[in-house]
Design a protein around this ligand. Structure first.
Ligand code: SAH
Length: 355
């Protein structure tokens, strides 16, 4: 980040930076931490730090593949067509989705947007023949695209604004001795806060994610131009809420986000209401934002689980546990949301309010 070569202790680099130039934004802290975190490791799975829906069960990727294939078939099987995934992790979702779609003749060109060299290597095994990109800008623009992003936006750096006694300020990362602490930035931020929040009680905290906003703006613009549809899946509320959702996870346990920068996965909830507004500003249709549990049930996950269990009775209990994990309210079913977007002229897609 500052000519250090990137291999030194990120905590030491941040301390030197803060001592030299003053406090840094949470966005810088989170962005650098996650870039370091993802660059050299595969954090997914039981042996890693966290488990995502595609790693829970093949049914997750398969149902996504069927949803995408169904959209493509209903619009007339246009060729060529792209499968684009943002932050594909171990490539499991892509592999399961493409296998399921292939049975219906859906054989798209595969484009994966991935920053981590370590994860690209894992993805090459899972999805041979794909093309990799560091961001969307190099993904082809001349044909329809079916895009998926699961637990991608939550890893992008957020900013936090906090209502202090002196008004709204950005929440910055400073130092107390050697320890990282939150401190209020010096510049007033009242004008950056929506009018209805300006007089909120002292201590009220709002989050914004400019990176997520930029990605959805770009995706929606491309859908309107190229045709296609997108599924954006992540945890977060359907409406803007106050409060910090920043969390750090290491070895399946929540840890202090400041404890070891670059060694834990830093995430924040995704603000779907704002993202839906951004998408709609670009002539794309917001099909809806629904809970993961309801969406997967509408796509028939329970029937799919039964037929898998009938074919592999030894795994019936595992399949039932995985299904509950994906759909039950107290597990991933309620907190995770699925946002659907579609180009004008494309169908409504199964599982959304628009149906
Ligand atoms: N979608 C996968 C992995 C989620 S973890 C799954 O559901 O299992 C987040 C993924 O996004 C990882 O692949 C990570 O390397 C990638 N990622 C995080 N920040 C990124 C960025 N700024 N640009 C591109 N990829 C990024």
């Amino acid at each position: 980040m500052n000519g250090d070569g990137g291999d030194g202790d990120l905590g030491a680099i941040f301390r030197r930076l803060i001592r030299t130039t003053g406090s840094i934004s949470l966005s810088q802290f989170m962005g650098e931490s996650n870039a370091r975190y993802y660059a050299h490791r595969d954090p997914l799975g039981a042996a890693g730090d966290f488990v995502t829906a595609p790693e829970v069960s093949q049914m997750f990727g398969e149902l996504i593949g069927l949803w995408l294939a169904d959209m493509w078939i209903r619009v007339g099987r246009e060729e060529p067509v792209l499968y684009v995934e943002l932050g594909p992790g171990r490539g499991t979702l892509a592999k399961d989705a493409l296998r399921a779609g292939k049975r219906y003749g859906f054989a798209p060109e595969v484009h994966l947007v991935e920053a981590s060299t370590a994860l690209r290597q894992v993805q090459e095994e899972a999805v041979p023949g794909a093309t990799w990109h560091t961001d969307l800008s190099t993904v082809p623009q001349d044909c329809p695209m079916l895009l998926v992003a699961n637990e991608f936006l939550d890893a992008l750096p957020i900013r936090q604004l906090v209502r202090t006694a002196e008004g709204w300020r950005e929440r910055m990362v400073g130092l107390d001795g050697d320890a990282f602490v939150f401190i209020a930035g010096r510049q007033p931020m009242d004008a950056a806060v929506p009018a209805e929040w300006r007089d909120a009680a002292q201590g009220t905290l709002l989050e914004t994610n400019p990176g997520a906003a930029a990605v959805v703006y770009e995706v929606a613009g491309r859908l309107a131009e190229q045709g296609g549809a997108a599924l954006i899946i992540d945890y977060g509320a359907a409406e803007l809420r106050a409060g910090s959702t920043l969390q750090a996870v290491r070895a399946h346990t929540k840890v202090d986000p400041f404890a070891a920068p670059g060694e834990a996965d830093l995430t924040a909830h995704v603000d779907f209401a704002t993202l839906a507004r951004i998408a709609q500003s670009r002539e794309v249709r917001h099909l809806g934002t629904v809970t993961q549990g309801n969406w997967l049930r509408a796509l028939g996950i329970e029937m799919r689980a039964q037929s898998l269990a009938a074919r592999a009775p030894h795994y019936a209990e595992d399949i039932a546990i995985a299904t509950r994990r994906l759909v039950a309210d107290e597990q991933m079913g309620q907190l995770f949301k699925v946002m659907g977007l579609a180009a004008p002229g494309w169908p409504d897609g199964t599982g959304f309010d628009a149906n």
